[in-house]
Design a protein around this ligand. Sequence first.
Ligand code: HEC
Length: 394
Amino acid sequence: MDVFAAEWLNLLIRWAHMIVAIGWIGTSFYFMGLDYSLNKLERTNPGVLGTAWQVHGGGFYHVEKYTVAPATLPDVLHWFKWEAYLTWVTGFGLLIVQYYFHAEAFLIDHAVMPLTPLQAIGISVASLAGGWLIYDGLCRTKVGENVTLLALSVFALILIATVLYTKVFSGRGAFIHVGALVGTIMAVNVFGVIVPNQKKMIAQMIAGLTPEARFGEIGKQRSTHNNYLTLPVLLMMVSQHYPFLFTHPQSWLIVALIIVIGALVRHALNRVEAADDWDSYGWTLPIAAMALITAMFVTAPATRAVSTGPAVTDIEAQTIIGKHCLGCHARNPSHPAFKEPPKNVVLEDIREMRRFGQQIYIQAVQNRAMPLGNQTGMTEDERDALGRWVNGRK
Ligand code: HEC
């Protein structure tokens, strides 16, 4: 495909992905908040668990939640499923156009594992399916009956997946796959469990039977998982733009901290909705803050000290940049995947190199995020030399 057309396709899918994901997460927040804010004393109709009064956009709303289901099926029932389905579909589309089409650039790192694009794509698809099956299995076994044990098992599953992904993919590829796996679990929870169970209850009502509460309870368990995963999954998705996250050698620790922070903040917000006593959930915020400080501490850039050595001249620095960067970062890149310099970073002459000095340092010396996937085989000595060149100009 023409590179320009591919960029547009990428942009449009990304746009759509953001729109539907905002819709999905919005409903997730809304319904969790609604559940927690139900007034259980005001029982208007038989079978009602609780009600809530809400005001939005100039109107007042009165919502009732039924313990299991209403006595008769309403004529018009609004479902909330397309947001979830389309988030997955557009997310997978984005995985295809960004990571499968450019597997060599974004997914594969030959220093990690010399995969062919087809192998990398095969691992990607198989791991998403396999991860879901393991998660679903966990929920259905005895483990699933114990909330804490299940939460810890899902947490461990995501961390194990992170470690395995970093053993096959580039750091960037690994992090997007952790996000994709969590997103897949969330979407299939809706598609494969929550909605089918709602349909089973409706079928029982149509058959004149009392719908079984069990179906609703299973749906609620998965829906709660989804709610707690919303904040972590969002950060995993944008982690791509932050090499200090995806190039960290202990990726599992980074992912663990992201999940702890996101889930605890989500919990605190849920408890605020429930108007709980601060004393009962206030502990979450100091712990989330500690996890955040830990994350900042462990990603602090002191990790790579540039070796001392002779001063590096402009000409030497230009030789290194010419060999390892200009394939992509030129006005007319020779690399087949790029028609324009990525991020508009052009390093063709010494003036431009000076201008981007700090970013060159971050991307190529500190984080090793560049050259992308180290396709040009840049050595540590060359990174050191580039570092000394940047430092020498301060
Ligand atoms: C194979 C192509 C390729 C090569 C080779 C390459 N880059 Fe990049 N570079 C990219 C892409 C793609 C991006 C945009 C990454 C993104 O979207 O997060 C980028 C982004 C950057 C950025 C901007 C980062 C930001 O987020 O602001 C800098 C700086 C950079 N590269 C420096 C370098 C340096 C220095 C080298 C050589 C040592 C190099 N690149 C080699 C493809 C490449």
